[in-house]
Design a protein around this ligand. Structure first.
Ligand SMILES: Cc1cc2nc3c(=O)[nH]c(=O)nc-3n(C[C@H](O)[C@H](O)[C@H](O)COP(=O)(O)OP(=O)(O)OC[C@H]3O[C@@H](n4cnc5c(N)ncnc54)[C@H](O)[C@@H]3O)c2cc1C
Length: 702
């Protein structure tokens, strides 16, 4: 007979055996589930369409010969035939204006459209800091390869090698072209063009014209454009907004872009325009966030029109948050102001070391200059000794957020860090600092009412640029035949993060040096296509759809202004699809965006009528698309289970808080195909197989 003690032992043994069995069963179950999941993933993978390098028209051959080979073998259009072909260019920013001027100079007939009252007022005019090129004037070790490498690495290895190499290659031509146009780049005492440094590079390769580089470059492009307007080769349509693209099927049933529907913003009249090809350079969609550094009229509607017609939307979640913007100061603000990245050449970024100092700054009891040197934490120099204050934007933005989240923010909201020039003023003198950055200092003082020569500037990250955009092949053609996309509007060469001074380079590369070649490869097959009448049923149907949408919006007569709904969307985007993203937050964000869509389409109020100038109607049409883009950004961000560049999924970070890529799973361009109103979009992948570059973890520490 078992004693009580033995019984206890048997009972305990039974319990242990049960636990072990349950654990073993659980392990077996987990293993089985993993196998099933892997199989399901494989099946799903197998169903996801893939874009091959051939589909993307990437030329064969060594990296440095691809573009040369392409140009040597592409089809050309002879001068007599060029005169018979019409091209619509939407946009007069650096991309649109340079493309329109170049195509007209070559002999095509160009119809050029923009929203503003002058081509010169496109958003590009705001660009401050500069434009990159691999001239190596500084003799500091720059080269085409190094510019290529920095750009690919800066984008966290999520861009096409062939495109980025071409961009670096033509960068030098851009500088020559602009100098020939008379763009007043800053010069050294000896007369050579001067350069300064931008983030993500250890060389000085940024050409600049004070803090107004975009304006000067745009004036150059505008003068080239004006010459063509004068010659009658460009017909300019200012204050016209494209509201749709018209596709007409060819004899094989293939749909091709053959024109646009645009609204004359002054008279409200909706008009039809034909062309043999349509080029869209409509800029980025950063204003989805309502508050951004973008111009007020910047929008994503042209991109959505292309998307609805079958052009793929690539990497919509890749949006850039710029670290040096003037912090938000109130709830009634409609715009954020950028302080150029060039300021990080000489300005040092810091927050107090002690929390009590941060609290006193937040309470307005002391100023930045009151904090002694030994109590300042130059956190970028501390964390990233090799690049210091010139780490790329995504890294600098996250580091600022990290300090502010820990309570070290320096303004009344606790959401700001210092950008300090006291060192530079001591080293170079106030006059030299003023010569380099004077207009930026003046702008800061006007907005913040504080003298940045006396007290450090306050800055905070803000939405600035969108790397995502319409997918284009190597020829800059979208997935719709005859529809091209250039500049910030396309998914561009910047991967998951754009380096400073590379947007102007890309916009002008596209417009002056790439599209003028590649579009001929398409147009050479169109020389036999006669001009079409805009009375065709395709034009009539597109116009009717536009008119119906406007009528529907005007009929809502709800209670909320366009801006109030846009502001709500912006907050959701910042909170759920902003600097730090999580699966849970993104799912919540999608639900909230869906609710906003409902609110917009039932409760928006647009005063006035549609048959004359109506700013609120313009904004409502753009907001309808921002809502869709916002959702697409969230869907893309949710599917991309990794952190790369500006896309930071909090679940995927290193122990030091750096972005953690998953190259084995996500080394592809995520392209989304429109499947109809309120339908989930379909994912299509363009794998990024790196042939020429070794992918590494980005390191700016040593
Ligand atoms: C404040 C600021 C500073 C910057 N500084 C720099 C810098 O120093 N260096 C750098 O490389 N980059 C900089 N950038 C980024 C750079 O300025 C932009 O990426 C670039 O200028 C975009 O040029 P774009 O031609 O593609 O588009 P945009 O300049 O945005 O032009 C878009 C054009 O499309 C037109 N348009 C849009 N939709 C329609 C429609 N539906 N119908 C008709 N027309 C339409 C507009 O009217 C406009 O003419 C900066 C950006 C900001 C916001």
């Amino acid at each position: 007979m078992a004693t009580k003690k033995t019984e206890e032992i048997i009972e305990a043994a039974k319990k242990t055996a049960k636990k072990v069995a349950v654990k073993a069963a659980q392990v077996a179950l987990d293993a089985a589930e993993a196998v099933v999941n892997a199989a399901a993933e494989k099946i799903q993978e197998a169903n996801i369409p893939v874009i091959t390098p051939k589909d993307a028209k990437i030329p064969e051959g060594p990296l440095e010969l691809k573009w040369t080979n392409y140009k040597n073998h592409q089809k050309l259009v002879n001068p007599a035939n060029k005169r018979r072909l019409d091209v619509i260019v939407v946009g007069t920013g650096l991309a649109g204006a340079s493309a329109a001027a170049s195509l007209a100079e070559m002999g095509f007939n160009v119809l050029n459209f923009c929203i503003q009252d002058s081509p010169r007022r496109a958003h590009s005019i705001a660009a401050q800091g500069g434009i990159n090129a691999a001239k190596n004037y500084q003799n500091d070790g720059d080269s085409v390869y190094r510019l290529y490498y920095d750009t690919i690495k800066g984008g966290d290895y999520r861009a096409r090698e062939a495109n980025v190499y071409r961009l670096a290659e033509v960068s030098n031509n851009i500088i020559d072209q602009c100098v020939a146009q008379g763009v007043p780049f800053a010069r050294e005492y000896g007369g050579l063009l001067d350069n300064r440094s931008f983030g993500g590079a250890q060389v000085s390769r940024t050409f600049y014209a004070k803090g107004q580089t975009g304006q000067q470059l745009l004036l150059g492009a505008y003068s080239a454009l004006s010459r063509q307007i004068g010659k009658g080769k460009v017909k300019m349509y200012t204050r016209y907004e494209m509201l749709d693209i018209v596709l007409v099927a060819d004899e094989n049933g293939e749909k091709r872009a053959r024109g646009i529907i645009a609204r004359n913003l002054v008279t409200g009249r909706i008009e039809r325009f034909f062309a043999h090809a349509v080029v869209v350079g409509s800029g980025g969609y950063g204003n989805t966030f309502f508050l951004s550094t973008n111009a007020m009229a910047s929008n994503g509607s042209a991109a959505m029109q292309m998307y609805r017609h079958g052009a793929l939307f690539a990497n919509p979640c890749y949006a850039q948050i710029h670290p040096t913007c003037i912090p938000k100061h109130g709830d009634f603000q409609s715009k954020l102001t950028l302080m150029s990245e060039s300021l990080r050449n000489d300005g040092r970024i810091w927050v107090p070391k002690k929390l009590e100092d941060a609290k006193r700054l937040q309470a307005g009891e002391i100023k930045g200059r009151d904090i002694p040197e030994e109590d300042r934490d130059y956190y970028l120099e501390r964390r990233y000794p090799a690049f210091g204050n010139l780490v790329p934007r995504d890294v600098a933005s996250r580091a600022a957020k990290e300090r502010c989240d820990k309570g070290y923010g320096v303004n009344n909201t606790g959401l700001a860090v210092f950008l300090d020039f006291s060192d530079a003023i001591q080293r170079l003198g106030k006059d030299v600092v003023a010569q380099k950055y004077g207009n930026l200092f003046q702008m800061y003082e006007k907005i913040v009412d504080e003298d940045p020569y006396e007290n450090p500037m306050m800055i905070f990250p803000a939405i600035h640029y969108t790397m995502g955009g319409i997918w284009v092949d190597y020829e800059l053609q979208t997935s719709v035949k005859g529809l091209f996309c250039i500049g910030e509007a396309n998914f561009s060469d910047h991967g998951a993060n754009r380096l400073g001074a590379s947007a102007l380079m890309q916009g002008l590369a596209d417009g002056y040096f790439v599209l003028p070649y590649t579009i001929q490869n398409y147009l050479s097959d169109q020389i036999g296509v006669p001009r079409m009448s805009t009375d065709l049923p395709e034009f009539a149907a597109a116009e009717k759809a536009v008119q119906d949408k406007i009528d529907r919006l005007m009929a809502i007569q709800g209670k909320r202004s366009v801006d109030s709904i846009h502001k709500e969307l912006g907050l959701i985007m910042w909170d759920f699809v902003g600097m730090g993203r999580t699966a849970e937050g993104l799912k919540e964000g999608i639900k909230k965006i869906d609710a906003i869509k409902k609110e917009f389409w039932t409760n928006v109020y647009i005063p006035g009528t549609a048959d004359h100038l109506n700013n609120e109607l313009e904004k409502a049409l753009r907001l309808a698309d921002f809502i869709e883009i916002g959702r697409l950004m969230a869907v893309d961000a949710l599917h991309r289970e990794e952190s790369c560049g500006g896309h930071f999924r909090e679940e995927y970070q290193t122990p030091e808080g750096e972005a953690l890529r998953q190259d084995d799973k996500f080394s592809y361009v995520g392209c989304w195909k429109y499947m109809g109103e309120d339908q989930e979009p379909q994912l299509i992948k363009e794998p990024l197989d790196y042939e020429f570059t070794e992918r590494k973890t980005r390191n700016y520490k040593n």
